[in-house]
Design a protein around this ligand. Structure first.
Ligand SMILES: C[S@@+](CC[C@H](N)C(=O)[O-])C[C@H]1O[C@@H](n2cnc3c(N)ncnc32)[C@H](O)[C@@H]1O
Length: 300
């Protein structure tokens, strides 16, 4: 399949060195380095190149679950033909193609920090015939390269937990939204009840946070999420918890998928190990929830 050629030995060694650097060296938030490594060959998807955990209520495959999550986000945002959308951030652009097919917004501007995703996403959007309506560019969600009051919807599909900080993103989203526009995220938050972690659990948790680029500043619960949206001027902020339809089924899928011979062939063995550690049997998800959050910029 296109984009899924396994790397040769040198490429694999170079990836292993880059992975070690991410895990060992102190660094500020650098999701682009992790996503460059995951590239198109080190992810778990089937035919698509989605990189989210999916919404599994009616899905049988990972691709279906990822698409269902993209659609759930768009429906929560009441996406329509009237909308000019800012997508922060688009992965390999599967979601933008999905939104164009299903909701036909006037335009989508996508920003992303990961060069390989911008390159491949742009190619795929053109192949799908949407190059005139979907513009993908380099840019960070905490410093959005758009004018004030220029879009009607800001969407962030499983990405705002990366932004350093998520609150800076709220502030920027508010700035670029037109009055009455909506911010909608599919995001990861802390659960209300914190479980006591073992020492082994804490060490593993901090290694996983480092690999998955989840800054501690973004670790707060849904109530605090709403307070922070309100603080930056949003109104009608509300949150739907969908964790039970995300984590359990995705983890079960990921555990099977990392052992599937068609995937192990293309995965770098060290990155496969990171996938395995993230989703093995003793990975606890009690400390997190998965949410759809939405909020509106006031009309005046
Ligand atoms: C878990 S992936 C989700 C990708 C895509 N939404 C999907 O569902 O397949 C997180 C995405 O956030 C992007 N990202 C991380 N930090 C960012 C930032 N500050 N600004 C824009 N994009 C960012 C990554 O490059 C990656 O595309």
């Amino acid at each position: 399949m296109k984009y899924r050629t396994p790397l040769g030995l040198l490429g694999r060694v170079s990836e292993a060195i880059k992975l070690s650097a991410i895990m060992i060296l102190p660094s500020k938030n650098t999701p682009a380095r992790v996503y460059e490594l995951l590239n198109t060959h080190n992810n778990l998807a089937e035919e698509s190149l989605y990189l989210n955990m999916g919404y599994w209520v009616d899905a049988n495959t990972y691709d279906e679950a990822c698409e269902a999550l993209a659609i759930k986000l768009a429906e929560s945002a009441e996406l329509s033909e009237e909308d000019d959308v800012l997508d922060c951030s688009f992965g390999f652009a599967d979601q933008d193609i999905c939104w164009m097919r299903n909701f036909k917004p006037k335009s989508i501007t996508g920003i992303n920090v990961t060069p390989v995703q911008i390159k491949v996403g742009t190619e795929r959007v053109a192949e799908a015939g949407y190059a005139d309506k979907v513009k993908l560019m380099r840019g960070s969600a905490i410093d959005i390269p758009l004018a004030d009051s220029s879009v009607t919807k800001v969407l962030a599909l499983e990405s705002a937990f990366h932004f350093h900080t998520r609150e800076d993103f709220f502030q920027e989203a508010f700035r670029v939204l037109k009055p009455g526009g909506m911010l909608v995220t599919a995001d990861i938050v802390s659960a209300d009840v914190q479980k006591q972690s073992t020492v082994k659990g804490s060490v593993k948790g901090s290694a996983m946070r480092k690999f998955w680029q989840f800054p501690l500043e973004n670790a707060y619960n849904s109530a605090s999420y709403i307070e922070r949206l309100n603080k930056w001027g949003f109104e009608e902020a509300n949150i739907e918890s969908i964790g039970k339809d995300v984590y359990g089924p995705f983890h079960a899928y990921a555990r099977k998928r990392v052992n599937d011979p068609s995937v192990t062939l293309r995965l770098n063995p060290f990155i496969r190990k990171m996938w395995k550690e993230s989703y093995n049997e003793d990975t606890h998800v009690d400390n997190v929830d998965y949410i759809i959050a939405k909020a509106r910029k006031p009309n005046k």
